[in-house]
Design a protein around this ligand. Structure first.
Ligand code: DQA
Length: 148
């Protein structure tokens, strides 16, 4: 079992960036919790952040050969813009949960549309870093959604 956690642009600034929307927890802290939580269940958890669309797309492509069977993704601003990243995640056919720290529906209208939600197993938003942990919890306990 292997789970990939993908973080889109600007999420490397978590803890510093607009804490009223994104909280005080850093990306390193979020990732560490996820890796530990997965490890307790004997599951490998790889994490990857990039500010570059191409790098995110290439990391998604790599899941075709690296044993990933579930993806947790916060595409950040690419949520609202990237048909290319959507096409990549659609192409690899690995089930995924879309996570947003903030409640995108309570913010500007341009954040209300996602290029990912209709393909996702589920979407979590507005719960801060806990959203990632709940997504991982789901991935760990709902094996029937995991591709063979
Ligand atoms: C975000 C919401 C997006 O609208 C925004 O562009 C982000 C972060 C979130 O986690 O709340 O960068 O995905």
């Amino acid at each position: 079992r292997q789970i990939l956690v993908l973080h889109g642009p600007n999420l490397n600034l978590l803890g510093v960036r607009e804490p009223q929307h994104y909280g005080a927890t850093t990306l390193a802290e979020i990732n560490q919790r996820l890796v530990e939580q997965a490890c307790l269940h004997g599951v490998t958890c790889d994490t990857f952040q990039s500010n570059a669309e191409a790098a995110l797309i290439e990391r998604v492509h790599a899941t075709l050969h690296d044993g990933t069977d579930f993806i947790i993704i916060n595409p950040a601003a690419y949520t609202h813009t990237s048909i290319a990243l959507r096409d990549a995640i659609s192409a690899v056919k690995i089930p995924f949960i879309e996570v947003h720290l903030s409640n995108v529906h309570a913010r500007e209208p341009f954040r209300h549309h996602s290029y990912f939600s209709d393909l996702a197993v589920g979407v979590i938003c507005g719960l801060g870093p806990l959203g990632y942990e709940l997504a991982l919890e789901y991935a760990l306990h709902h094996n029937q959604t995991i591709a063979a």
